[in-house]
Each structure stands twice: as structure tokens, then as C-alpha cells.
Design a protein around this ligand. Structure first.
Ligand SMILES: NC(=O)c1ccc[n+]([C@@H]2O[C@H](COP(=O)([O-])OP(=O)(O)OC[C@H]3O[C@@H](n4cnc5c(N)ncnc54)[C@H](O)[C@@H]3O)[C@@H](O)[C@H]2O)c1
Length: 372
């Protein structure tokens, strides 16, 4: 069966107040047949931005049907997915309609997955409202829900028709959510782009990450450009690829992060905060294996610190974390793969077998020490 390559180009639009232009953007990005929009969000985000989003879409002639899901990671579940799919079918959504995801990564992942599977795929527009979702989860087409066995275990690749990033949404974002987003921003630079890392760290050091939303808009654009380049080169995260431009490098810090989130029942850490610790663990392992210089490790650790305060984790049982790591979904042929660094800005993928149990435990203990 020979199928012509699908065109999956889409634009990421970034700017102040873009939600007010959503209707016009939707007209340009969606197929001409689109008339009805399922606007999926949660209560908090919808109260903040649902009004202008809806108004703009209705002014452009769309029939808007909002549907609100619960707030928090635990709602990225099969139960919520089923409810979303029921809503779409009860409202008689058809292939010519579209799903819009208005919210953070949780809304984006769930609404995106509903759009991917309902009638084998509806057009999707992502309107990310957290820093993490603006620089990372809304770009690249990964959608998923969690199961009791772990995060993102059921999902699909479903590229959006457009990503609309309104930087004004960040003004209401709690400080912790910014910290989580900064951690992911540092991750992207550390894993694959030294200039991006330097620019992000410079921003964090100069403004303390609090007040310059205009400059943050530039950082978001650079971050999206980086993520888009990686995704364009390895859209489906080829299992066989292990080079420094493979999509896998974006999992830098995520092996430990997923274990930290699991052992604390997804209650203690924001995802990005757990990635903050995960990067330090991966950095220490990299140094322990002789891949990374001491000064580069210091640079990475300082950058994580510059993101903001992380919840403590020195009370956690390292053995339980080691046990949880063994079940990580990033295994190939039963082997855990670690994304490590040989310098800041350049990742290497390493077999878990080459990391001794002692190095792993020492790195976890060191990274979890207060004031590390
Ligand atoms: N698909 C991908 O490629 C990808 C990549 C990274 C992370 N993720 C997923 O993203 C999720 C985390 O996303 P997140 O960090 O955005 O968390 P989130 O979606 O839970 O949002 C964080 C909190 O901020 C609130 N919120 C959202 N926007 C707001 C705003 N503008 N003002 C005030 N409050 C606002 C939300 O209601 C929520 O309480 C995880 O499930 C993770 O697995 C997916």
C-alpha cells in the first residue's frame, strides 16, 4: 500500500492577546468545512479565558460547544476520556468539526487524545495556557492519558492544525507553575541546544523569572522553534534512533521525574519540578560515567536552581524509586534507556546496564539532598 505523505505543517502563533483573534486564526487554519467547535477546558481556565475565546470564535461564525473536565493530573484518565468522547458523540460532532484544547498540558493531552480517536481523528487546535504547555506539550502532536500503571501509557500522535500561544495567559499563572515551565525550558536547552540554554538561563538570572513577560515571549518562541525542529526530524520518536537529534533526547530528566511523580502518587510535584530533580540526577550519572565535566554539571545544577524552589524530596525512599525506575516506559527490548549529557546542550542515550546500582543510588541521594 503506497500512501502519499500527509502534509502536517502547522503554525505556532505567539503573541499578546491572541485569544481575542482566535476566530480569525481558526478560519485560516481549519478546513473550510469546519463549523462546530468543541472547546475543551477546565473550570479555572475557562473562567479566565473561555469568554473571550468563545466570543472570538462565535464572531467568526463558529458554533461553540464548551466542555469542562476536572482539574489536575488525575483527570488525565480513561474515565475523563470516555466522558469527553460521550460529549462529542452526544453533541453529534462529525469529522468536519474540530476540537480546541484551552488549558495546560493536562487539558491539551486529554483533549488532543479525544480528538485523535473520536471518529478516527478530528482537527485539533491547541491553546496552551501554562508555560510548560506553551514551550513543550502543545507542540509536536503527542497526546495521552495515564493508567494506574503509569503516565501517558495510552496515547496517539495527533498533530494540531494550529497552536495559539497567548502570552497574556501567563500573568495569572501561579509561581509554582512558572517554575515547572522554567525547568522544562532548561531541559530543552540542556538536551539539545546550548545557545537556547544560555539564553534561558540569562533570562532567569536577570529577571528572576518574575516580571518580564515580554522577554519571556521571545524565550517561548525560541523554545518552540527548538522543539519543532526536533519533532520535524523524528515525528514519531523512532524506537531505533539513539542519536543526539532524536526525539528521545526531550526525555532528559524524565526517567527519574516519572518515578518521583509515581512514588508520591502525583501529589507532591508539578511535572516540571520533578524534571528539575531528574535533570540533576541525570547530570550526576553523566559525570559519574566520565561523560560530563564537573563545571558543566555545576552549570546545569545552577540552572535548575535558577528555575525556583522545588518541593523537598530528601524524605523519599530511594529504594522505592529505584524499583519504580525499572518499570519506566522508555525501555527498548526490556532495557531502560537513560538520556544523559556529554556537555550542556548535547545529549547521549545510554543503556541502563552501563550505570552501576551504586552510581544510580549515589546520584539519587546527592540530587535529593536539601540545597543541592
Ligand atoms: N504531550 C506532550 O508532549 C507533553 C509534554 C510535556 C508534558 N506533558 C504533560 O503535560 C501535563 C502537565 O501540564 P501543565 O504543567 O501545563 O499542568 P496542568 O495542565 O495541570 O496545569 C497546571 C495548573 O495550572 C492551571 N492553569 C492553567 N493555565 C492557567 C492560567 N493561565 N492561569 C492560572 N492557572 C492556570 C490548571 O488549571 C492547573 O491547575 C502532564 O500531564 C504532562 O504529562 C505532555
Amino acid at each position: 500500500v503506497r500512501i502519499e505523505a500527509r502534509p502536517t505543517d502547522y503554525e505556532i502563533m505567539i503573541g499578546k492577546g491572541l485569544i481575542r483573534d482566535l476566530g480569525q486564526i481558526a478560519r485560516k487554519s481549519l478546513p473550510a468545512t469546519a463549523s462546530r467547535i468543541a472547546l475543551i477546558s477546565n473550570k479555572r481556565v475557562f473562567e479566565l479565558f473561555g469568554g473571550p475565546a468563545r466570543q472570538s470564535l462565535e464572531s467568526a461564525g463558529f458554533d461553540v460547544h464548551p466542555w469542562l473536565m476536572g482539574e489536575g493530573e488525575r483527570y488525565k484518565s480513561d474515565r475523563t476520556l470516555n466522558k469527553a468522547l460521550e460529549f462529542l458523540s452526544e453533541s453529534r460532532f462529525a469529522r468536519s468539526d474540530a476540537v480546541f484544547a484551552l488549558g495546560g498540558g493536562v487539558v491539551g493531552d486529554l483533549a488532543g487524545f479525544a480528538a485523535a480517536v473520536y471518529m478516527r481523528g478530528l482537527p485539533l487546535v491547541q491553546i496552551p495556557t501554562t508555560l510548560l504547555s506553551q514551550i513543550d506539550s502543545s507542540v509536536g502532536g503527542k497526546t495521552a492519558i495515564n493508567t494506574s500503571r503509569g503516565k501517558n501509557l495510552i496515547g496517539a500522535f495527533h498533530q494540531p492544525h494550529a497552536v495559539v500561544i497567548d502570552t497574556d495567559t501567563l500573568v495569572s499563572l501561579p509561581r509554582r507553575e512558572l517554575t515547572a515551565g522554567y525547568c522544562e525550558a532548561i531541559k530543552q536547552g540542556a538536551a539539545g541546544d546550548r545557545a537556547l540554554f544560555d539564553r534561558t538561563l540569562e533570562f532567569l538570572s536577570s529577571t528572576n523569572g518574575t516580571d518580564s513577560f515580554e522577554e519571556l515571549g521571545h524565550i517561548i518562541a525560541l523554545q518552540c522553534e527548538f522543539k519543532a525542529a526536533i519533532v520535524a526530524g523524528d515525528e514519531l520518536e523512532d524506537v531505533g534512533r539513539e542519536d543526539s537529534r532524536s526525539r528521545k533526547i526531550l526525555n532528559f530528566g524524565h526517567t527519574t521525574a516519572h518515578a518521583l511523580e509515581a512514588v508520591t502518587a502525583y501529589k507532591r510535584f508539578r511535572h516540571g519540578e520533578a524534571v528539575g530533580y531528574g535533570m540533576v540526577v541525570a547530570g550526576l550519572i553523566s559525570k559519574g560515567l566520565g561523560l560530563l565535566d564537573h563545571s558543566e554539571l555545576e552549570l546545569l545544577t545552577d540552572a535548575v536552581r535558577a528555575c525556583g524552589r522545588l518541593p523537598p524530596c530528601d524524605d523519599l525512599d530511594v529504594e522505592q524509586i529505584v524499583e519504580t525506575l525499572a518499570h519506566d516506559k522508555k525501555t527498548v527490548l526490556g532495557k531502560l534507556k537513560w538520556v544523559l549529557l556529554n556537555r550542556v546542550g548535547h545529549a547521549v542515550i545510554v543503556d541502563g546496564d552501563s550505570i552501576s546500582p551504586k552510581l544510580l543510588r549515589d546520584s539519587l541521594h546527592t540530587a535529593f539532598r536539601p540545597n543541592n
